[in-house]
Design a protein. Structure first.
Length: 66
C-alpha cells in the first residue's frame, strides 16, 4: 500500500510539472520574439513528462487477464 501511495504522489508531482510547463510554453509563445530553441526544449520536456505519467498510471492500474 505504501508503494501505491508513493506512485500516486509521484504522479501528482509529474502532472503538476506538466501543467507548469504548459503554462510556460504558452507564455513564451505569446512573446513577439519567442525563443524557438527554448520553446522546443520545453515541449520536449513536456513530452517526456507525458510518457512518465503514462508509465506511472500503468503501474497503478492492475493488469486484468480475461
Amino acid at each position: 500500500m505504501g508503494d501505491d501511495g508513493e506512485l500516486r504522489a509521484r504522479l501528482e508531482i509529474l502532472r503538476l510539472e506538466h501543467r507548469d510547463l504548459d503554462d510556460a510554453i504558452q507564455a513564451l509563445g505569446q512573446g513577439i520574439q519567442a525563443d524557438q530553441l527554448q520553446l522546443a526544449r520545453l515541449k520536449r520536456r513536456k513530452l517526456k513528462l507525458r510518457d512518465e505519467i503514462a508509465l506511472v498510471e500503468d503501474e497503478l492500474v492492475p493488469d486484468i487477464i480475461a
